[in-house]
Design a protein around this ligand. Structure first.
Ligand code: JHZ
Ligand code: ZN
Length: 421
Protein backbone atom coordinates (compact mmCIF):
# COMPACT_ATOMS: atom_id res chain seq x y z
CA UNK A 1 0.00 0.00 0.00
CA UNK A 2 2.80 2.42 0.86
CA UNK A 3 4.29 2.03 -2.58
CA UNK A 4 1.02 2.88 -4.33
CA UNK A 5 0.63 5.85 -2.02
CA UNK A 6 4.08 7.17 -2.89
CA UNK A 7 3.33 6.85 -6.59
CA UNK A 8 -0.18 8.30 -6.32
CA UNK A 9 -0.26 10.52 -3.25
CA UNK A 10 -3.79 11.72 -4.02
CA UNK A 11 -5.16 8.19 -3.99
CA UNK A 12 -5.74 7.84 -0.26
CA UNK A 13 -6.82 11.31 0.75
CA UNK A 14 -8.16 14.58 -0.55
CA UNK A 15 -8.12 18.10 0.83
CA UNK A 16 -11.60 19.64 1.06
CA UNK A 17 -12.16 23.23 0.02
CA UNK A 18 -15.89 23.31 0.78
CA UNK A 19 -17.80 22.72 4.01
CA UNK A 20 -18.77 19.09 4.62
CA UNK A 21 -22.23 20.18 5.75
CA UNK A 22 -23.44 23.28 3.88
CA UNK A 23 -21.00 23.27 0.94
CA UNK A 24 -19.89 26.85 1.71
CA UNK A 25 -16.46 27.76 0.38
CA UNK A 26 -15.26 30.17 3.07
CA UNK A 27 -13.61 27.67 5.44
CA UNK A 28 -11.33 29.39 7.93
CA UNK A 29 -8.45 27.21 9.24
CA UNK A 30 -7.59 27.89 12.91
CA UNK A 31 -5.39 24.98 14.01
CA UNK A 32 -2.61 23.09 12.25
CA UNK A 33 -1.43 19.90 14.01
CA UNK A 34 1.07 19.14 11.26
CA UNK A 35 1.18 15.99 9.18
CA UNK A 36 0.47 12.96 11.36
CA UNK A 37 0.11 9.19 10.84
CA UNK A 38 -3.32 7.59 11.14
CA UNK A 39 -4.15 7.36 14.84
CA UNK A 40 -5.69 3.88 14.85
CA UNK A 41 -3.27 2.33 12.37
CA UNK A 42 -1.23 0.40 14.90
CA UNK A 43 1.97 -1.09 13.56
CA UNK A 44 3.26 -4.63 13.63
CA UNK A 45 6.95 -5.34 14.18
CA UNK A 46 7.51 -5.64 10.40
CA UNK A 47 5.71 -2.37 9.68
CA UNK A 48 8.18 -0.51 11.91
CA UNK A 49 10.69 -0.75 9.08
CA UNK A 50 8.32 0.67 6.46
CA UNK A 51 7.72 4.29 5.64
CA UNK A 52 4.64 5.46 7.52
CA UNK A 53 1.91 7.39 5.75
CA UNK A 54 1.19 10.79 7.22
CA UNK A 55 -1.64 13.16 6.31
CA UNK A 56 -2.15 16.86 7.10
CA UNK A 57 -4.28 17.61 10.15
CA UNK A 58 -5.72 21.11 9.79
CA UNK A 59 -8.92 22.23 11.54
CA UNK A 60 -11.24 24.88 10.08
CA UNK A 61 -14.44 26.75 10.91
CA UNK A 62 -17.26 27.28 8.42
CA UNK A 63 -18.72 30.77 8.85
CA UNK A 64 -21.81 29.75 6.86
CA UNK A 65 -23.08 26.93 9.11
CA UNK A 66 -20.67 27.04 12.11
CA UNK A 67 -19.34 23.52 11.53
CA UNK A 68 -15.80 22.83 12.74
CA UNK A 69 -14.07 20.23 10.58
CA UNK A 70 -10.70 18.97 9.38
CA UNK A 71 -9.75 19.62 5.78
CA UNK A 72 -8.27 16.24 4.90
CA UNK A 73 -10.49 13.26 4.07
CA UNK A 74 -8.62 9.96 4.22
CA UNK A 75 -10.24 7.08 2.30
CA UNK A 76 -12.46 5.09 4.72
CA UNK A 77 -11.10 1.82 3.33
CA UNK A 78 -7.79 2.76 4.94
CA UNK A 79 -9.14 4.30 8.11
CA UNK A 80 -11.51 1.46 8.96
CA UNK A 81 -9.68 -1.49 7.48
CA UNK A 82 -9.99 -5.03 8.84
CA UNK A 83 -7.28 -4.35 11.40
CA UNK A 84 -9.33 -1.52 12.97
CA UNK A 85 -8.45 -2.06 16.60
CA UNK A 86 -11.23 -0.25 18.45
CA UNK A 87 -13.56 -2.51 20.42
CA UNK A 88 -16.13 -0.71 22.56
CA UNK A 89 -16.52 -3.50 25.09
CA UNK A 90 -13.14 -2.92 26.77
CA UNK A 91 -14.53 -0.18 28.98
CA UNK A 92 -16.94 -1.21 31.76
CA UNK A 93 -17.94 2.47 32.15
CA UNK A 94 -18.91 2.65 28.47
CA UNK A 95 -20.81 -0.63 28.77
CA UNK A 96 -22.79 0.74 31.70
CA UNK A 97 -23.40 4.04 29.91
CA UNK A 98 -24.73 2.14 26.87
CA UNK A 99 -26.90 -0.18 28.90
CA UNK A 100 -28.58 2.76 30.63
CA UNK A 101 -29.13 4.39 27.23
CA UNK A 102 -30.82 1.26 25.81
CA UNK A 103 -32.98 0.71 28.88
CA UNK A 104 -34.14 4.34 28.77
CA UNK A 105 -35.29 3.99 25.14
CA UNK A 106 -36.94 0.62 25.86
CA UNK A 107 -38.95 2.24 28.62
CA UNK A 108 -39.79 5.54 26.94
CA UNK A 109 -40.70 4.01 23.56
CA UNK A 110 -42.33 0.87 25.00
CA UNK A 111 -40.30 -1.31 22.65
CA UNK A 112 -41.15 -4.99 22.23
CA UNK A 113 -40.89 -8.01 19.90
CA UNK A 114 -42.50 -6.12 16.99
CA UNK A 115 -40.15 -3.11 17.23
CA UNK A 116 -36.89 -2.62 15.37
CA UNK A 117 -33.75 -0.98 16.72
CA UNK A 118 -30.90 -0.24 14.33
CA UNK A 119 -27.43 0.89 15.30
CA UNK A 120 -25.06 2.59 12.88
CA UNK A 121 -21.45 1.72 13.72
CA UNK A 122 -22.62 -0.99 16.09
CA UNK A 123 -19.02 -2.13 16.68
CA UNK A 124 -18.89 -5.33 18.75
CA UNK A 125 -22.56 -5.23 19.75
CA UNK A 126 -21.84 -3.45 23.07
CA UNK A 127 -25.13 -1.47 22.89
CA UNK A 128 -27.56 -3.66 20.92
CA UNK A 129 -26.95 -6.65 23.19
CA UNK A 130 -29.10 -4.88 25.79
CA UNK A 131 -32.08 -4.88 23.41
CA UNK A 132 -31.46 -8.51 22.42
CA UNK A 133 -31.61 -9.44 26.11
CA UNK A 134 -35.01 -7.75 26.24
CA UNK A 135 -36.35 -9.56 23.14
CA UNK A 136 -36.35 -6.48 20.89
CA UNK A 137 -35.28 -7.20 17.27
CA UNK A 138 -32.11 -5.36 16.30
CA UNK A 139 -29.77 -4.90 13.36
CA UNK A 140 -26.23 -3.63 13.68
CA UNK A 141 -24.46 -2.00 10.75
CA UNK A 142 -20.68 -1.67 10.86
CA UNK A 143 -18.00 -1.77 8.16
CA UNK A 144 -15.20 -3.11 10.39
CA UNK A 145 -15.36 -6.89 10.07
CA UNK A 146 -13.46 -7.79 13.26
CA UNK A 147 -15.88 -6.00 15.60
CA UNK A 148 -18.88 -7.07 13.44
CA UNK A 149 -17.88 -10.74 13.81
CA UNK A 150 -17.54 -10.26 17.58
CA UNK A 151 -21.08 -8.81 17.65
CA UNK A 152 -22.56 -11.79 15.79
CA UNK A 153 -20.83 -14.11 18.21
CA UNK A 154 -22.79 -12.62 21.12
CA UNK A 155 -26.07 -12.84 19.21
CA UNK A 156 -26.26 -9.35 17.72
CA UNK A 157 -27.11 -9.64 13.99
CA UNK A 158 -24.80 -7.30 12.10
CA UNK A 159 -24.42 -6.25 8.47
CA UNK A 160 -20.79 -5.52 7.64
CA UNK A 161 -21.40 -2.43 5.46
CA UNK A 162 -20.84 1.31 5.29
CA UNK A 163 -24.09 3.18 5.99
CA UNK A 164 -24.88 5.37 2.98
CA UNK A 165 -28.04 6.91 1.57
CA UNK A 166 -28.40 4.08 -1.01
CA UNK A 167 -27.80 1.43 1.62
CA UNK A 168 -30.48 3.08 3.77
CA UNK A 169 -33.05 2.97 0.95
CA UNK A 170 -32.39 -0.75 0.36
CA UNK A 171 -32.46 -1.45 4.06
CA UNK A 172 -35.84 0.25 4.54
CA UNK A 173 -37.22 -1.91 1.69
CA UNK A 174 -35.84 -5.20 2.93
CA UNK A 175 -35.96 -4.83 6.72
CA UNK A 176 -38.56 -2.11 7.28
CA UNK A 177 -38.09 1.14 9.13
CA UNK A 178 -36.79 1.52 12.65
CA UNK A 179 -38.39 2.70 15.87
CA UNK A 180 -35.01 3.68 17.25
CA UNK A 181 -31.79 4.37 15.37
CA UNK A 182 -28.64 4.65 17.46
CA UNK A 183 -25.44 6.15 16.16
CA UNK A 184 -22.70 6.74 18.73
CA UNK A 185 -19.45 8.38 17.76
CA UNK A 186 -20.05 7.79 14.08
CA UNK A 187 -21.42 11.00 12.53
CA UNK A 188 -18.06 12.73 12.85
CA UNK A 189 -16.41 9.78 11.11
CA UNK A 190 -18.33 9.77 7.83
CA UNK A 191 -17.12 11.76 4.87
CA UNK A 192 -20.54 12.04 3.22
CA UNK A 193 -22.08 13.89 6.16
CA UNK A 194 -25.27 14.81 4.29
CA UNK A 195 -25.70 11.35 2.77
CA UNK A 196 -25.45 9.80 6.23
CA UNK A 197 -28.12 12.08 7.69
CA UNK A 198 -30.34 11.60 4.62
CA UNK A 199 -29.94 7.85 5.22
CA UNK A 200 -31.13 8.22 8.81
CA UNK A 201 -34.24 10.01 7.52
CA UNK A 202 -34.87 7.07 5.18
CA UNK A 203 -34.75 4.30 7.79
CA UNK A 204 -36.70 6.06 10.54
CA UNK A 205 -40.42 5.43 11.07
CA UNK A 206 -42.49 8.65 11.15
CA UNK A 207 -42.85 8.03 14.90
CA UNK A 208 -39.25 6.87 15.30
CA UNK A 209 -36.32 8.57 16.98
CA UNK A 210 -32.61 8.69 16.24
CA UNK A 211 -30.53 8.84 19.42
CA UNK A 212 -27.10 10.02 18.44
CA UNK A 213 -24.00 10.70 20.51
CA UNK A 214 -20.91 12.61 19.56
CA UNK A 215 -18.12 14.49 21.34
CA UNK A 216 -19.15 18.09 21.98
CA UNK A 217 -17.10 20.93 20.56
CA UNK A 218 -17.40 23.20 23.60
CA UNK A 219 -15.46 21.03 26.11
CA UNK A 220 -12.95 20.20 23.39
CA UNK A 221 -12.12 23.89 23.14
CA UNK A 222 -12.52 24.78 26.82
CA UNK A 223 -10.44 21.86 28.14
CA UNK A 224 -7.91 21.88 25.27
CA UNK A 225 -8.82 18.31 24.26
CA UNK A 226 -6.94 18.81 21.00
CA UNK A 227 -5.80 15.18 21.02
CA UNK A 228 -9.36 14.08 20.13
CA UNK A 229 -8.59 15.58 16.73
CA UNK A 230 -7.38 12.96 14.26
CA UNK A 231 -8.23 11.87 10.74
CA UNK A 232 -11.11 9.60 11.76
CA UNK A 233 -12.89 12.60 13.21
CA UNK A 234 -13.84 14.79 10.29
CA UNK A 235 -16.29 17.02 12.20
CA UNK A 236 -16.42 18.57 15.71
CA UNK A 237 -20.04 19.45 16.43
CA UNK A 238 -21.76 22.30 18.18
CA UNK A 239 -25.53 22.04 18.60
CA UNK A 240 -25.87 24.99 16.23
CA UNK A 241 -24.09 23.14 13.42
CA UNK A 242 -26.03 19.92 14.13
CA UNK A 243 -29.37 21.72 14.04
CA UNK A 244 -28.65 23.14 10.58
CA UNK A 245 -27.40 19.79 9.29
CA UNK A 246 -30.44 17.78 10.40
CA UNK A 247 -33.03 20.38 9.38
CA UNK A 248 -31.61 20.22 5.85
CA UNK A 249 -32.89 16.62 5.73
CA UNK A 250 -36.28 17.16 7.35
CA UNK A 251 -35.17 15.97 10.77
CA UNK A 252 -35.52 17.95 13.98
CA UNK A 253 -33.31 18.09 17.02
CA UNK A 254 -36.00 17.91 19.65
CA UNK A 255 -33.99 17.11 22.76
CA UNK A 256 -30.36 17.22 23.87
CA UNK A 257 -28.51 15.84 26.88
CA UNK A 258 -24.95 16.62 27.93
CA UNK A 259 -22.83 13.60 28.84
CA UNK A 260 -19.42 13.40 30.49
CA UNK A 261 -18.24 10.46 28.34
CA UNK A 262 -15.26 10.94 25.98
CA UNK A 263 -14.29 14.24 27.59
CA UNK A 264 -17.78 15.71 27.11
CA UNK A 265 -20.41 14.56 24.62
CA UNK A 266 -23.90 15.37 23.38
CA UNK A 267 -26.77 12.91 23.04
CA UNK A 268 -29.29 14.31 20.61
CA UNK A 269 -32.82 13.02 19.98
CA UNK A 270 -33.78 13.56 16.37
CA UNK A 271 -37.28 13.02 14.97
CA UNK A 272 -39.11 13.52 11.67
CA UNK A 273 -41.56 15.94 13.30
CA UNK A 274 -40.74 19.17 15.08
CA UNK A 275 -41.42 19.47 18.83
CA UNK A 276 -38.30 21.16 20.12
CA UNK A 277 -37.83 20.90 23.89
CA UNK A 278 -36.38 23.51 26.24
CA UNK A 279 -33.05 21.65 26.46
CA UNK A 280 -32.37 22.44 22.79
CA UNK A 281 -33.66 26.00 22.91
CA UNK A 282 -31.48 26.73 25.95
CA UNK A 283 -28.31 25.20 24.51
CA UNK A 284 -28.66 26.96 21.16
CA UNK A 285 -29.12 30.26 23.00
CA UNK A 286 -26.06 29.55 25.15
CA UNK A 287 -23.89 28.78 22.12
CA UNK A 288 -24.98 32.05 20.54
CA UNK A 289 -24.34 33.97 23.75
CA UNK A 290 -20.76 32.69 24.12
CA UNK A 291 -20.05 33.02 20.39
CA UNK A 292 -19.50 29.33 19.60
CA UNK A 293 -21.08 30.10 16.21
CA UNK A 294 -18.39 32.69 15.39
CA UNK A 295 -14.84 32.23 14.03
CA UNK A 296 -13.46 34.56 16.71
CA UNK A 297 -14.27 31.92 19.36
CA UNK A 298 -11.48 29.75 17.95
CA UNK A 299 -8.85 32.45 17.42
CA UNK A 300 -6.87 31.69 20.59
CA UNK A 301 -7.14 27.92 20.43
CA UNK A 302 -3.97 27.29 18.48
CA UNK A 303 -1.79 29.16 20.97
CA UNK A 304 -3.47 27.36 23.91
CA UNK A 305 -2.72 24.00 22.27
CA UNK A 306 0.86 25.05 21.67
CA UNK A 307 1.23 26.16 25.30
CA UNK A 308 -0.05 22.77 26.51
CA UNK A 309 2.47 21.02 24.27
CA UNK A 310 5.34 23.11 25.63
CA UNK A 311 4.26 22.47 29.23
CA UNK A 312 4.02 18.70 28.73
CA UNK A 313 7.30 18.46 26.81
CA UNK A 314 9.08 20.51 29.51
CA UNK A 315 7.61 18.37 32.31
CA UNK A 316 8.71 15.15 30.63
CA UNK A 317 12.16 16.53 29.83
CA UNK A 318 12.53 17.56 33.47
CA UNK A 319 11.53 14.12 34.77
CA UNK A 320 13.91 12.44 32.34
CA UNK A 321 16.74 14.79 33.35
CA UNK A 322 16.17 13.68 36.95
CA UNK A 323 16.63 10.07 35.86
CA UNK A 324 12.97 8.98 36.08
CA UNK A 325 11.45 6.35 33.82
CA UNK A 326 8.17 7.09 32.06
CA UNK A 327 5.52 4.84 30.47
CA UNK A 328 2.06 5.67 29.12
CA UNK A 329 -1.48 4.32 29.62
CA UNK A 330 -3.91 3.82 26.72
CA UNK A 331 -3.02 3.02 23.12
CA UNK A 332 -5.93 5.30 22.29
CA UNK A 333 -6.34 7.10 19.00
CA UNK A 334 -6.13 10.34 20.95
CA UNK A 335 -2.85 9.09 22.39
CA UNK A 336 -1.38 9.01 18.90
CA UNK A 337 -2.24 12.68 18.35
CA UNK A 338 -0.83 13.62 21.76
CA UNK A 339 2.46 11.76 21.24
CA UNK A 340 2.99 12.83 17.66
CA UNK A 341 2.06 16.46 18.09
CA UNK A 342 4.30 16.71 21.17
CA UNK A 343 7.11 14.82 19.45
CA UNK A 344 7.25 12.19 22.20
CA UNK A 345 8.69 8.79 21.31
CA UNK A 346 10.70 5.89 22.71
CA UNK A 347 13.54 8.19 23.71
CA UNK A 348 11.29 9.56 26.50
CA UNK A 349 8.55 6.98 26.96
CA UNK A 350 9.44 3.31 27.28
CA UNK A 351 6.12 1.66 26.46
CA UNK A 352 2.35 2.07 26.60
CA UNK A 353 -0.12 -0.34 28.21
CA UNK A 354 -3.65 -1.10 27.07
CA UNK A 355 -6.26 -3.64 28.08
CA UNK A 356 -7.39 -4.24 24.49
CA UNK A 357 -5.74 -7.55 23.54
CA UNK A 358 -6.04 -6.60 19.85
CA UNK A 359 -3.68 -3.68 20.47
CA UNK A 360 -1.15 -5.53 22.63
CA UNK A 361 1.99 -6.63 20.77
CA UNK A 362 1.64 -3.79 18.28
CA UNK A 363 3.22 -0.33 18.23
CA UNK A 364 1.80 3.19 18.36
CA UNK A 365 1.78 5.00 14.99
CA UNK A 366 4.56 7.54 14.62
CA UNK A 367 5.89 7.31 18.17
CA UNK A 368 6.48 3.53 17.84
CA UNK A 369 5.92 2.80 21.54
CA UNK A 370 5.37 -0.93 22.08
CA UNK A 371 1.91 -1.77 23.47
CA UNK A 372 1.93 -4.07 26.49
CA UNK A 373 -0.72 -5.39 28.86
CA UNK A 374 -1.60 -3.21 31.91
CA UNK A 375 0.11 -5.65 34.29
CA UNK A 376 3.42 -4.34 32.88
CA UNK A 377 3.05 -1.26 35.10
CA UNK A 378 3.22 -3.21 38.35
CA UNK A 379 5.98 -5.44 36.92
CA UNK A 380 8.26 -2.85 35.33
CA UNK A 381 7.47 -0.08 37.79
CA UNK A 382 7.99 3.05 35.67
CA UNK A 383 8.25 6.13 37.92
CA UNK A 384 5.58 8.01 35.93
CA UNK A 385 2.76 7.05 33.59
CA UNK A 386 1.44 9.53 31.04
CA UNK A 387 -2.34 9.06 30.95
CA UNK A 388 -3.16 9.10 27.25
CA UNK A 389 -6.68 7.72 27.92
CA UNK A 390 -7.38 10.65 30.26
CA UNK A 391 -11.12 10.35 29.58
CA UNK A 392 -11.07 7.11 31.59
CA UNK A 393 -8.59 8.38 34.20
CA UNK A 394 -10.79 7.67 37.24
CA UNK A 395 -11.60 4.15 36.10
CA UNK A 396 -7.98 3.38 35.23
CA UNK A 397 -6.50 4.88 38.40
CA UNK A 398 -8.95 2.83 40.47
CA UNK A 399 -7.64 -0.33 38.72
CA UNK A 400 -4.03 0.67 39.22
CA UNK A 401 -3.93 0.88 43.00
CA UNK A 402 -1.11 -1.67 43.15
CA UNK A 403 1.07 0.49 40.90
CA UNK A 404 0.25 3.63 42.92
CA UNK A 405 0.93 1.82 46.19
CA UNK A 406 4.45 1.10 44.90
CA UNK A 407 4.98 4.86 44.57
CA UNK A 408 3.95 5.16 40.91
CA UNK A 409 2.50 8.46 39.66
CA UNK A 410 0.26 9.46 36.76
CA UNK A 411 0.65 12.49 34.52
CA UNK A 412 -2.72 13.75 33.28
CA UNK A 413 -2.03 15.87 30.17
CA UNK A 414 -5.26 17.86 29.70
CA UNK A 415 -6.43 20.57 30.23
CA UNK A 416 -2.99 21.29 31.78
CA UNK A 417 -0.36 18.67 32.58
CA UNK A 418 -0.55 17.67 36.27
CA UNK A 419 0.78 14.85 38.39
CA UNK A 420 -1.52 12.55 40.38
CA UNK A 421 0.06 10.36 43.02
P1 JHZ B 1 -10.76 5.55 24.03
C1 JHZ B 1 -12.10 5.99 20.32
O1 JHZ B 1 -11.05 6.90 20.48
C2 JHZ B 1 -12.17 5.54 18.90
P2 JHZ B 1 -9.83 6.58 21.45
C3 JHZ B 1 -13.08 6.30 18.03
N1 JHZ B 1 -12.34 6.92 16.97
C4 JHZ B 1 -13.86 7.40 18.67
O2 JHZ B 1 -14.56 8.08 17.97
C5 JHZ B 1 -13.71 7.70 20.09
O3 JHZ B 1 -13.28 6.57 20.81
C6 JHZ B 1 -14.93 8.28 20.70
C7 JHZ B 1 -7.97 1.39 26.84
N2 JHZ B 1 -8.43 1.13 28.21
O4 JHZ B 1 -11.80 4.53 23.95
C8 JHZ B 1 -8.97 1.03 25.77
C9 JHZ B 1 -7.66 0.33 28.99
O5 JHZ B 1 -6.62 -0.16 28.57
O6 JHZ B 1 -10.94 6.59 25.03
C10 JHZ B 1 -8.61 1.99 24.65
O7 JHZ B 1 -7.58 1.44 23.84
N3 JHZ B 1 -8.08 0.12 30.27
C11 JHZ B 1 -14.05 5.29 17.47
O8 JHZ B 1 -9.12 5.37 20.94
C12 JHZ B 1 -8.06 3.21 25.39
O9 JHZ B 1 -7.72 2.77 26.70
C13 JHZ B 1 -9.21 0.67 30.78
O10 JHZ B 1 -9.53 0.45 31.95
O11 JHZ B 1 -9.03 7.81 21.64
C14 JHZ B 1 -9.09 4.29 25.52
O12 JHZ B 1 -9.35 4.83 24.29
C15 JHZ B 1 -9.99 1.50 29.92
C16 JHZ B 1 -11.25 2.15 30.43
C17 JHZ B 1 -9.56 1.72 28.64
O13 JHZ B 1 -10.65 6.31 22.75
ZN1 ZN C 1 -20.80 25.02 6.44
Amino acid sequence: MNQIFLEQPGKYSRTETCCRSCGGNSLEPFLDLGSTPLADRLLTQEMLEELELTFPLVVAFCPDCSLVQILETVAPEILFADAYPYYSSFSPALMEHSRANALAQLEERKLGPSSLVVELASNDGYLLRNYVENCVPVMGIDPADGPAAAARKIGVPTLCEFFTEEFAADFAESHGRADVVHGNNVLAHVSDTNGFVAGIAKILKPTGVAVIEMPYLLPLIEHIEFDTIYHEHLCYFSLTALDKLFRRHGLFLNRVEELSIHGGSLRIFVEPSERVEQSVIRMLAHERAIGLDQASFFAEFSSRVDALRKELVALIADLKAKGHSIAAYGAAAKGATMLNYCGLDRSQIDFVVDRNVNKQGKFMPGAHLPILEPEALAERKPDYVLMLAWNFADEIIAQQQAYLAQGGQFIIPVPHPRIVA
